[in-house]
Design a binder for this molecule. Structure first.
Ligand code: PMP
Length: 426
């Protein structure tokens, strides 16, 4: 028995399903989850001492690779001054300045502790600001686990086959209306049905919780126009895409300006951090400036801010995102070449440093329905063939993959070789 298997047995006795977040349990692929001990750069080591080239990167945050020296040093230094004060600190101000500098659509920003908190709070603010009730989201998009957002959601819910969670009162779910990602007509129809009651649209500008689906040309622009027409707030949930797909995030990559943006993952450098921000006029409705309540004992935590700032400073370097994007493209070109060589029908998708691999005959995957038509059984086999050979991919066909700046040419070549071997065995 491996140490991972042993620990998983122990974990199941005290933790529901043995994990603190569902996808980690390998529900989507079967088998025993890998317990990790340490990581450096693009390589993660499990408790049995096996090394993996890591394409999960803590589900996005580790864009600089694991154990980044500047982030580690900043955390140690901040910790020496005290872990938390529950009072204002200078570093929160620097963080807010940095975020608003990177993302001009964010005029004011509030720090929180997770992506879930960020989206939950942004929606409350949008409702408080507009005085309307309905929230429009897309099937297969995941925005964290707040009640109103667990309706036709993606990520772990799709892995488990329960896109809408029990435990949410029907009255609450009734205010969440869902459209099809990359289908503007489905959004228009909902606005026509509820012309006066849609408070906001929340969207992952690149869907990353139903594999990886970039927006088709005109989709994000169309959402912007509809929100303007119906006085609804446009929220880009950039918890995953923020600083991942472009220096200016998805809004910079696709040149569409939301009213509010939610952030997480990368901005914490690996610490538990989220943020939401946007137009001054809307943010002014937030307590204590306005009446919409939102708070947090540990929000803006100095150690977390230190980690995030140290990460953001490195991401601002000239050419960082161009290099990350090129590394990701190189990987996917290699995957496509191997797929052709072995006669496996595969489509790929990319936005900056995030990617998707689909087992499908389709040239490109643009919709949730198309994702659901992909060959799930083939993915499971593929995942385990890669895992055995030391390539750690997301343990679900409904998650995006992440490349870090530390995935050098040799590691990418090794990955392509492993994927080729896996294709040969499929
Ligand atoms: N929004 C998006 C787009 C996400 O991908 C996630 C998490 N994967 C969240 C929100 C929720 O973030 P957290 O897990 O930090 O609560």
């Amino acid at each position: 028995m491996t140490k991972s298997a042993d620990l998983f047995e122990q974990a199941k006795q005290h933790i529901p399903g043995g994990v603190n977040s569902p996808v980690r349990a390998f529900n989507g692929v079967g088998g025993t989850p890998v317990f990790f001990e340490k990581a450096d750069g693009a390589i993660a080591y499990d408790v049995d001492g096996k090394a993996y080239i890591d394409y999960v990167g803590s589900w996005g945050p580790m864009i600089l690779g694991h154990n980044n020296p500047a982030v580690k040093e900043a955390v140690i230094k901040a910790a020496e001054n005290g872990l938390s004060f529950g009072a204002p600190t200078a570093i929160e101000v620097t963080m807010a300045e940095k975020i608003t500098e990177f993302l001009p659509s964010i005029e004011k920003v509030r720090m929180v502790n997770s992506g879930t908190e960020a989206t939950m709070s942004a929606i409350r603010l949008a409702r408080g600001y507009t005085g309307k009730n309905k929230l429009l989201k897309f099937e297969g998009c995941y925005h964290g686990h707040a009640d109103s957002l667990l309706v036709k959601a993606g990520s772990g819910l799709l892995t488990m086959g329960v896109p809408s969670s029990p435990g949410i009162p029907a009255d609450v779910a009734a205010h969440t209306i869902t459209a099809e990602f990359n289908n503007l007509d489905s959004v228009k129809a909902l606005f026509e049905q509820y012309p006066d009651d849609v408070a906001c649209i929340i969207v992952e500008p690149v869907a990353g919780n139903m594999n990886c689906i970039p927006p088709v040309p005109g989709f994000l622009e169309g959402l912007r126009a509809l929100c303007d027409e119906y006085n609804a707030v446009l929220i880009f949930d950039e918890v995953m895409t923020g600083f991942r797909v472009h220096k200016g995030s998805a809004q910079g990559l696709y040149n569409v300006t939301p009213d509010l943006t939610t952030l997480g993952k990368v901005i914490g450098g690996g610490m538990p951090v989220g943020a939401f921000g946007g137009k001054k006029e809307i943010m002014a409705h937030l307590a204590p400036e306005g009446p919409v309540y939102q708070a947090g004992t540990l929000s803006g935590n100095p150690v977390a801010m230190a980690a995030g700032l140290a990460a953001l400073e490195q991401l601002g370097a000239d050419g960082f995102h161009e290099q990350l994007t090129a590394q990701t493209t190189y990987l996917l070109d290699g995957v496509k070449a191997q797929a052709e060589k072995h006669g496996i029908p595969v489509a790929t998708a990319q936005a900056g440093g995030m990617f998707g691999i689909f087992f499908t005959d389709a040239e490109q995957v643009n919709t949730f329905a198309q994702v659901c038509e992909c060959d799930g059984e083939r993915f499971k086999k593929f995942f385990h063939l890669c895992l055995e050979r030391g390539v750690y991919l997301a343990p679900s066909a409904f998650e995006a993959g992440f490349v870090s700046i530390k995935h050098d040419r040799a590691m990418l070549d090794k990955t392509i070789e492993v994927i080729g071997e896996a294709f040969a065995e499929l």
